[in-house]
Design a protein around this ligand. Structure first.
Ligand code: 5RP
Length: 228
């Protein structure tokens, strides 16, 4: 199976999992990326399920555009209040369901919606599962005027930050992709990065990991729950 087919299988599995749990008036959080695009397309075909939704909240302008094009209501998180489920992909996941996200530059809104969600369902193909986070360069969203300052502070932590050229986030900020960070203690690193002045958000999802990881492989979709 191609990586794209695997992503689609993970997306379908997420819909199947949530379908019986979504009550009338539910709010669905929608992430960003190629795996989520499959989820949006599947959601578009589910009339009954859509009729039960009060609306969706989206982690990016791109996903919002796709949802609206299918006639799916997109709400402001301030209006929506609590989010019942948040569905999103990941760039990396470990067995604790801690994640690296932000390959699509949407990490800040993704972290906000994940924080507001009752349940975070992460969907991915099995290539995203790693023993230790950090193979994928860690995205960090920075205020533009602070980029060099933040880069120096990250270098002092042992990372090698690379400016993602030509990318402006939906919030008007820039992205540093950080290579070679030691992420054996990802919780500590998430906090340290957050403390640097000028950092808006970093792509470690450790304080708020996923609740369920649906991982598609050639032999089907596996469900991973956090190991205790
Ligand atoms: C966007 C993200 C995505 O979830 C992540 O990049 C995975 O993308 P894809 O589903 O295309 O592999 O964090 O900011």
């Amino acid at each position: 199976m191609t990586p794209d087919e695997l992503k689609q299988h993970a997306a379908v599995a997420a819909l199947r999992y949530m379908e019986p749990k979504l009550e009338r008036g539910s709010i669905l959080g929608i992430g960003t990326g190629s795996t989520v695009n499959h989820f949006i397309a599947c959601l578009g075909e589910q009339r009954d399920l859509r009729a039960r939704l009060e609306g969706t909240v989206s982690s990016s302008e791109e996903s919002a555009r796709r949802l609206k094009a299918l006639g799916i209501e997109v709400m402001d998180l301030n209006t929506a209040g609590n989010v019942d489920f948040y569905v999103d992909g990941a760039d990396e996941a470990n067995h604790h369901l801690q994640l690296i996200k932000g390959g699509g530059a949407a990490l800040t809104r993704e972290k906000i919606i994940a924080a507001a969600a009752r349940e975070f369902v992460c969907i991915a193909d099995e290539s995203k599962l790693v023993a230790v986070l950090g193979r994928f360069p860690l995205p960090v969203e920075v205020i533009p005027m602070a980029r060099s300052h933040v880069a120096r502070k990250i270098a002092a932590l042992g990372g090698m930050p690379v400016h993602r050229d030509g990318v402006t986030t939906d919030n008007g900020n820039q992205i540093l992709d950080v290579h070679n960070l030691d992420l054996r203690d990802p919780r500590e690193m998430e906090s340290q990065l957050d403390q640097i002045a000028g950092v808006v958000c970093n792509g470690l999802f450790v304080r708020r990991p996923a609740n369920r990881l649906l991982l598609a492989g050639n032999h089907g979709v596996r469900t991973l729950l956090p190991s205790i």
